[in-house]
Design a protein around this ligand. Structure first.
Ligand SMILES: Nc1ncnc2c1ncn2[C@@H]1O[C@H](COP(=O)(O)OP(=O)(O)OP(=O)(O)O)[C@@H](O)[C@H]1O
Ligand SMILES: [Mg+2]
Length: 252
C-alpha cells in the first residue's frame, strides 16, 4: 500500500483515512492496539459474510510505518450526513432512509459476534468517573433489560452510511458492532444525534419508534446505559452532557 498514490480524506485524533483510486486505507496510530484493529477487521468480515447488507469489502489488514491499517473497497458517493447538511428540505426523507436501514440491520443475525450486554457491562465496570453505587445502578438496569440477539451497529450515525450513484446505501465502520437489543442501538443513535443536533435527534426518535412499533419509554430506559458506554470514549467535551444522562433518576 505504501507505494500507491493516495490522498488524505479524513483525519481524526489517532486515525487517518486515505483514498486511492478504488480503495480506502484506515490507519490507526499506536493508541490503538493490534487487537483493536483486528477486532474492527473481524467485525467487518463477519458482517460481510453473514448478512445481506451492503458493506464495502475488507481487502487486507497490514502493518505500515504509520501503524496498523484496514484496507477496504471505496464506495463512490456521499455520506447521509453530507446529504442531510446539503439538502435540509429533504431531511425527513433522508431520516426515513436512515431508520429503514437501521431496521434492516436489526433483522440480521451474526451468531459469533460479541454480545452487546457483555460489552456494555464491561464498559460500565471500567468507568472510574462513576462511583460504585452509580455503576451498580447501571449494571442492575442492564441486567433487567430483555436479552436479544439482533445485529446492532453500535455507532449508527449518518457519517457511517454512504449513498452511491444508484441510491444504494452502504454501511461502514463496524468497530462497535455486537448482537443484542435493538432499542439499545437506537438509544445510542439518539444519543449521538443529541450530542450534535436536538431537532434531528427528536425526528430520529419519532421515526424509529413509529417504524419499529417501539414505545419511546422503552428506548429511554437504555439512555443512561448507552451514555455510560459513550463516556468510556473519553471525549472531554461530552463529559458533562453524558453525566447528566447517566443520572438514572431522570429516566425512571
Ligand atoms: N469504504 C469507503 N468508501 C468511501 N468512503 C469511506 C469509506 N470508508 C470510510 N469512508 C469515509 O471516511 C469517513 C470515516 O470513515 P470511518 O467511519 O471508517 O472512520 P471513523 O469515523 O474515524 O471511525 P469512528 O466512527 O470509529 O471514529 C466516512 O465518514 C466516509 O466519509
Ligand atoms: Mg465513522
Amino acid at each position: 500500500m505504501e507505494a500507491t498514490n493516495k490522498e488524505v480524506i479524513f483525519t481524526r485524533p489517532h486515525k487517518t483515512l486515505y483514498a486511492t483510486e478504488d480503495k480506502i486505507i484506515k490507519v490507526f496510530d499506536n493508541r490503538y492496539t493490534k487487537a483493536d484493529v483486528l477486532n474492527e477487521a473481524r467485525n467487518e468480515a463477519l458482517v460481510e459474510l453473514n448478512t445481506d447488507l451492503n458493506v464495502p469489502s475488507l481487502v487486507s489488514v497490514e502493518e505500515t510505518s504509520e501503524g496498523w491499517c484496514l484496507v477496504r473497497d471505496k464506495v463512490e458517493g456521499k455520506t447521509l450526513q453530507q446529504l442531510m447538511d446539503e439538502e435540509p428540505e429533504k431531511l425527513e426523507t433522508y431520516m426515513e432512509m436512515f431508520v429503514d436501514l437501521q431496521l434492516q440491520i436489526h433483522k440480521q443475525k451474526v451468531p459469533t459476534i460479541k454480545r452487546l450486554r457483555h460489552k456494555l457491562m464491561d464498559q460500565i465496570n471500567s468507568l472510574k468517573d462513576l462511583d460504585a453505587t452509580a455503576r451498580y445502578e447501571l449494571a442492575t438496569r442492564l441486567e433487567s433489560m430483555p436479552k436479544h440477539t439482533k445485529l446492532c451497529h453500535g455507532d449508527f450515525n449518518p457519517t457511517n452510511v454512504i449513498i452511491d450513484k444508484y441510491n444504494k446505501m452502504w454501511v461502514i465502520d463496524w468497530a462497535h458492532a455486537a448482537q443484542g437489543n435493538a432499542s439499545a442501538d437506537a438509544a445510542m443513535t439518539y444519543l449521538l444525534f443529541s450530542l450534535e443536533n436536538h431537532d434531528r435527534a427528536e425526528l430520529y426518535m419519532k421515526l424509529f419508534c413509529e417504524k419499529s412499533d417501539t414505545a419511546r419509554q422503552y428506548v429511554n430506559r437504555w439512555l443512561p446505559i448507552v451514555a455510560a458506554a459513550q463516556l468510556t470514549k473519553k471525549k472531554e467535551k461530552e463529559k458533562e452532557f453524558l453525566m447528566r444522562w447517566i443520572d438514572v433518576v431522570e429516566y425512571q
